[in-house]
Design a protein around this ligand. Structure first.
Ligand code: AMP
Length: 290
């Protein structure tokens, strides 16, 4: 049976009462759950005895004018989906519970947070890191599961864990996609039918660049051109950035070595979508005949 916690104190009390040796995993989300979120729960279950999911639309990571107010919220549906996916603890605090009226403390991210998503959304990652730090203190998990979908977020959370010595193992889960390749996202709900039809071009561009890279084309500019040529096929898609970066500080590179990240942000009408691929050699399973 899934336990539901709507206050930090209740979650913390439950966590402290667990028998020593109980391995726990935390899956932080902003709700409007989809199969991508549930795949993180499955990943968490592989590692832990108990899985805690948080659903919290964190005002600190939205800038004025962004979609904080209209972000899709359906807590009852989320709770049902979480329970069916095998979540043990469902943490859904109100904003007043997470942030005191006269909040003064904010975790400030450095240079890596100023690029790409951070350039488009100044202060966004300070809000993310602050809420993640709080969630890690409250749930005190052995494992924290985040999606590769938000690759800059995961890069910064890795730094948060290392630099502030959180005793937690970070697990990065792969991107779950719709049948046509569009990365699942709560924000896909904003897309008009026409925008939804155009949206798979983002992944198609990334995959075309990935295939070219596997064939030996390592020049970042050429890979970016391939992605751009897919995006510009639809007049509805407005590319924001097509980044080819190393994985530590997300600095641009001119040559895409293995492990290089190819990340894209586009505007489709009023909706911002992000996606990425990590350029890696395909792992070929060899069948050796007896
Ligand atoms: P969000 O609710 O958008 O903050 O996402 C919560 C977590 O789910 C984050 O770690 C995301 O990276 C992850 N996530 C979002 N979309 C996907 C997806 N399509 N596949 C896998 N993980 C995802």
């Amino acid at each position: 049976m899934m336990l539901r916690f709507s206050s930090s104190e209740a979650l913390q009390r439950w966590r402290r009462g667990l028998p020593a040796g109980t391995r726990t995993a935390l899956v932080p989300t902003m709700g409007a759950l989809h199969q991508g979120h549930l795949s993180l729960v499955q990943r968490a279950r592989q590692q832990a005895d108990l899985v805690v999911m948080s659903v919290f639309v964190n005002p600190l990571q939205f800038r004025p004018g962004e979609d904080f107010e209209r972000y899709p919220r359906d807590l009852e549906r989320d709770a049902t989906m979480a329970a069916e996916a095998g979540v043990d603890g469902f943490f859904c605090p109100p904003v007043q519970d997470m942030y005191p009226a006269h909040r003064e403390i904010l975790i400030t991210a450095g240079a890596t947070a100023t690029r790409w998503e951070g350039a488009a959304r100044p202060g966004h990652f300070d809000g993310v890191l602050t809420v993640v730090a709080k969630l890690l203190h409250l749930a005190y998990p052995h494992f924290a599961v985040f999606g590769q979908k938000d690759i800059q977020q995961v890069t910064l959370i890795r730094k948060l864990i290392q630099e502030l010595n959180f005793p937690v193992d970070l697990i990065v889960a792969p991107i779950l996609r719709d049948n046509d390749g569009l990365a699942l996202s709560s924000r896909n709900a904003y897309l008009s039918p026409q925008e939804r039809q155009a949206a798979p071009a983002v992944n198609q561009g990334l995959q075309a660049a990935r295939r070219l890279w596997l064939e030996g084309e390592h020049r970042a500019s050429v890979l970016q051109d391939v992605v751009r040529s897919h995006l510009t096929r639809s007049p509805l898609i407005l590319p924001e950035y097509i980044a080819v970066t190393e994985s530590e500080q997300l600095l641009s590179v001119s040559e895409a070595l293995p492990g290089t990240i190819l990340a894209v942000a586009v505007k489709l009408g009023a909706t911002r979508l992000i996606d990425n691929v990590i350029l890696e050699e395909e792992k070929v399973l060899r069948c050796v005949a007896d």
